[in-house]
Design a protein around this ligand. Sequence first.
Ligand code: AMP
Ligand code: ZN
Length: 475
Amino acid sequence: MQLYNSLSRTKEEFIPHEAGKVSMYTCGPTVYHFAHIGNLRTYIMEDILDRYLRYSGYEVTRVMNITDVGHLTSDADEGEDKMLKGARREKKTVMEIAKFYTDKFFEDAEALNIRRPEVVEPATSCIDEFIRVIEGLLEKDFAYEAGGNIYFDTSKLKQYYVFNNFEEEDLAVGVRDGVEEDSNKRNKADFVLWFTKSKFDDQELKWNSPWGVGYPGWHIECSCISMKHLGGHLDIHCGGIDNAFPHHTNEIAQSEAYLGHKWCNYWFHVLHLNTNSGKMSKSKGEFLTVSLLKEKGFDPMVYRMFCLQSHYRKSLVFSWENMENMKIAYNKLVAKIATLKKDGDVDTAAFEELRAGFVKALDNDLNTSLAVTAIYDVLKAKTNDATKRALLADFDRVLCLDLLKKADELAEQTQEPAPTADDPFIREIEELIVARKEAKKAKNFAEADRIRNYLLEKGVTLVDTREGTTYKIDK
Ligand code: AMP
Ligand code: ZN
């Protein structure tokens, strides 16, 4: 499989550290608010990667953190803890909102068929781990104490800026306009591993440490949680593109300084979901959730398909019009699949040939839009329905669009016995259609309308077509 690696900025053949096994780490949500559908785009595309690796025969172990402490409103160690901000907004404790939004995140993930990783670990349950690694970094002289906080010393690294070619001056978040520089830092790019004094005043959650009562920085949690469960060699690290700098850059700095060797081989970054006004973000406060999609009549599967129709390395613009179009496309697919017959034997040769197209698409840096096209190819193919159904089931192990499931539900609904012509109600409708036609011929439109309205009240809608009048009965 070819996978784009943000580290080398090229597509590379994916080769795990240990044959047949993949360790995968995912930056989890900061649980101070609902996940928006932008966050969930990232988790959907990571889910496809996870499922496709399993489909390809790898044994995958996936770990995700839950950020419930230390993520400040600016990724440059500035501002207040996002969790504290959320707790204040809702007049609850930090742990209460962490529990609430963690549960909501997994409800949304489930609605979108996103697999729950094998390990989900909140940052607050790993404080001892963070302290141990920070102690190790201090011992190796990669960290220093200043103003009561512990900082990572980026000047000790051979290379700090790993994901891009930008100049240090452009990237150093500490010197962006409007952001006050932290005078404790020896170098502009240094970052906090453990906060005590400077951000301490109103922090709700704090722990004892060798450097005083305080709380961990955000970056250290991902390094430690990953190393705790997946060891010192990580195959794939995932996240949204905004996490590449400074979060992932700092994760690499501290993990490799601590371990003394290369830590993670492949970095998988998903581009953003944007609206007309730019990146969808929690901090802007205006964002779309899975519940809102449902309220507006969109099955979460329609959003999953919307995400799969574009490549994860391209930003995606959300609009309601696009969603409407996707809903039509999804429903059409379901209706078409509902007409496939279930009996018959699978034609193995045709199965393998059509499956090859699907595999080729995903082997090429997860080309999900071509993988969706492979569904249409199956439906158009000259093979029997049993083979088509078997292929759709096979593809859905990765795409998880529930197409067969929805199609079977639809087929079941339409199999309810239809009322027959000798049903008195049907006879009445048909007689009234004839009477209405006569009335119209005699230009008695008032009578024609009366008949239409009379039937409407009984739940029958007349539909005039070129071939004559038909009707629909509301269930
Ligand atoms: P957060 O809950 O803010 O820590 O973010 C959770 C995940 O969503 C991270 O991997 C972010 O990089 C990602 N993310 C944030 N905003 C967007 C967006 N608009 N589109 C796609 N992914 C996003
Ligand atoms: Zn992370």
